[in-house]
Design a protein around this ligand. Structure first.
Ligand code: BJ8
Length: 429
């Protein structure tokens, strides 16, 4: 039997509040056991993701510490508009920062109005309570001026974290001017990355970064396609977990693990070995991103007897869609390629944003969904206001929609369960 490693000296060194961090890990471990490990008939390939989650504040953080000792930089972000390709090209490790749990909310509300979305309060809470080892490992944190909530809260956040912070100036339209704004933001990011890492981004290093991330996204496209089989070969919760781990893990190891999982899923499909019967109501979720450990809604949906077969979300197909071309003879041309790909992300902060509804509909059709659940965090104006537009286009295509507005607390779980169960009864075939 291998002896458990004591990570406390490392956490202490990073400046974590060990007592609060223990409390957080205790809750997370229990929630993970209740929601994930209680599922039946999971693919064997999910054991890798279980391992990653069991070591999410342990081994992975040790890897970051070791990478820093070997001369790499750690770069944290909160949005899929921050290109991992550039971070890799600058000899960096890219990590998504903790923003999916109700932690330190009261502390966060000393800095932010109560009517701020849970995602923003969460990253404030994690930072103020000193419980996010990813944040504490960062040499550079990259924010982005997307929604007003993030844009304004970053003005405060930059002063409460210990690492360096920059905010990318983001466009809110996809016009040619918008394209220029995004390109300028990426050029600014290149300058910051080069300064912090002391390494110049070259054509070769950027092409290598593009190749690594393209492979990672291609693996996720494969998983997104396979999970649409009927009977569904993998739970929505497990597919969501792979989408969440996308933001934390070593990219090559992650790609390899997703491809192995997909090989296994292909065999399941061949044998028609579903995780649930073929008659199970099929749901697509569309809306705000669900960062670890935000599993509330999918767990309610799946425990109510339906299966989630796709996510139109940044932690899902909105975030992973499309690849970046590696054709180009200069860094500038490659950055144009990045802008081309990243501008296809249908975030609700853009106006207009019609392609999001089209994309969501396409996912629902391809996945042969029986209904769509629109998920918005309370006080997230971009997604809440876009919800009726999306609902209309779904319903015109004959797809019933349930709109859910919620946060990270557990207070509304029973009420949500009742609404979700009624929706599932309505769409049951
Ligand atoms: S590209 S969705 S990851 S900005 S939930 S903080 S929008 S008030 S997270 Fe997002 Fe990038 Fe867009 Fe995706 Fe604001 Fe809404 Fe809160 Fe949000």
């Amino acid at each position: 039997m291998t002896e458990a490693i004591d990570y406390r000296p490392m956490w202490n060194e990073l400046g974590l509040d060990l007592e609060k961090h223990d409390a957080l890990l205790g809750v997370l471990g229990q929630v993970y056991t209740d929601i994930y490990l209680s599922q039946k008939n999971r693919p064997d390939g999910m054991s890798y993701f279980d391992f990653v989650m069991s070591e999410v504040h342990g081994l992975r953080i040790k890897e970051l510490v070791d990478a820093k000792a070997a001369g790499k930089i750690v770069v944290g972000s909160f949005c899929v508009f921050v290109p991992e390709e550039l971070v890799l090209a600058a000899n960096g490790v890219n990590v998504g920062l903790c923003a999916g749990a109700d932690f330190g909310t009261e502390h966060a509300e000393r800095y932010l109005p109560r009517n701020t979305c849970a995602l923003i309060k969460s990253f404030f809470g994690f930072s103020l309570e000193k419980v996010c080892p990813y944040l504490e490992s960062c040499d550079l944190v990259v924010g982005e001026n997307t929604c007003d909530g993030k844009k304004k809260s970053y003005e405060i956040f930059r002063d409460i974290i210990k690492g360096e912070f920059i905010a990318l100036d983001m466009p809110n339209t996809k016009s040619s001017e918008g394209r220029e704004v995004l390109k300028r933001a990426y050029l600014d990011l290149v300058a910051s990355l080069e300064r912090v890492s002391g390494k110049a981004i070259t054509v070769d290093s950027l092409k290598a970064g593009i190749d690594t991330v393209n492979k990672k996204r291609t693996a996720m496209h494969r998983l997104a396609k396979l999970r649409r089989a009927n009977p569904a070969p993998i739970s929505g919760l497990d597919a969501l977990l792979a989408n969440q781990v996308f933001f934390y893990d070593d990219p090559e190891r992650f790609t390899d693990s997703v491809n192995k999982l997909c090989d296994e899923i292909e065999q399941r499909i061949e044998k028609k070995a579903g995780i649930v019967p073929a008659t199970t109501p099929r749901i697509v979720i569309s809306g705000c991103p669900m960062a670890v450990p935000n599993w509330k809604l999918p767990s309610i949906i799946e425990s109510a007897g339906a299966i989630v077969v796709g996510e139109e979300s940044c932690i899902g197909e909105r975030g992973t869609q499309n690849l970046v071309s590696a054709e180009g003879a200069s860094v500038d041309e490659l950055i144009d390629n990045l802008v081309d790909r990243y501008l296809t992300i249908d975030c609700a902060v853009f106006t207009p944003n019609r392609t999001r509804a089209e994309h969501a509909l396409q996912i629902a059709k391809d996945a042969k969904a029986d209904g769509v659940i629109h998920y918005a965090l309370q006080f997230c104006a971009p997604y809440q206001i876009e919800a009726p537009l999306l609902e209309r286009s779904m319903e015109e295509s004959g797809l019933p929609v349930l709109r859910i507005d919620t946060d990270y607390s557990q207070e509304d779980v029973e009420q949500l369960r009742t609404r979700v169960e009624a929706f599932i009864e309505q769409i049951r075939r």
